[in-house]
Ligand binder design. Sequence first.
Ligand code: C2E
Ligand code: MG
Ligand code: MG
Ligand code: MG
Length: 279
Amino acid sequence: RSKQSGKGKNSFYKEQYQYEFSRRVEIQNNIKNYLKNDAFRLFYQPVYCVKTHKICGVEALIRWPDVTPFYNPDEFIPIAEESRFINELGNWVISTALKQLAQWQNKYSDTLNMAINISPVQLQSECFVEKLLVEVNKYQINTHNITLEVTETALIEDNLKIADVLNSLSVKGFKIALDDFGMGYSSISHLTTYPINIVKLDKSMQVAESEKSIKIIEGLSLMLKALDFEIIAEGIETQSQHFLCKELNINFMQGFLFSKAIPAENIEQLLIDCCLSQK
Ligand code: C2E
Ligand code: MG
Ligand code: MG
Ligand code: MG
């Protein structure tokens, strides 16, 4: 407990801080360069209808270019948000995903759905709704086939601007999904304050092994159904979790048990095998 160990601790924190700081700067610079060089990639994870086991849509998930050092979205998206690159990155995601959706709808099914993750920073950016509608019209997609996923944390401080934007999006026919429900800040009041159509149960809730967690999911899904929300279970990894989805009449599910997020070419084979009838 001497001064010495205190000093050691201090320099440990200092090194840790410097390390994190330089990592952040490195990621920011790389985001800038990769954006300029159009090097980011978009992968897609299929979303299955629980009842029919057909693919009803996909979720677009951004991927860092295939280079070292490699970063996961959970690390680089928050850094993109701090540095405001998220708007440019998000615009690229939107236009890439919509272009892809238009192609797949023409080839496979008009009702195929695309889910796109939207950062709260994007929602508050200038003319977000208008710019999104320009893209949607460009590819002649029906807004009903587009789900915008917003994480719970975006709604924590009852943000009037975000409520406003979500309302306009909802009026235009976009589906709004509350992502990662049950992870940390779940507040039932978000469900009534915001125009939400779909609730995505976070993967941390899918520990179907424990009896208590099964009861929680059971109670939650009953409540959500009574409130007319559609439910998507995320992170389905085991047969017992899959079974629970069927038992609880959960509408949709996604997870490694069926498929992780994969490149567009690989999704096509799944759509041929498993989508609604091909055109
Ligand atoms: P999210 O939107 O909740 O996406 C689900 C995450 O869980 C994805 O991680 C997905 O690959 C992963 N996942 C799917 N099934 C399973 C499973 O069965 N088990 C496990 N353990 N994980 C599963 P990913 O792609 O690393 O993305 C992490 C988060 O980064 C996303 O969480 C989302 O919040 C954010 N993100 C990803 N792409 C974008 C984007 O284009 N824009 C924005 N703003 N955020 C994005
Ligand atoms: Mg999501
Ligand atoms: Mg999620
Ligand atoms: Mg998440």
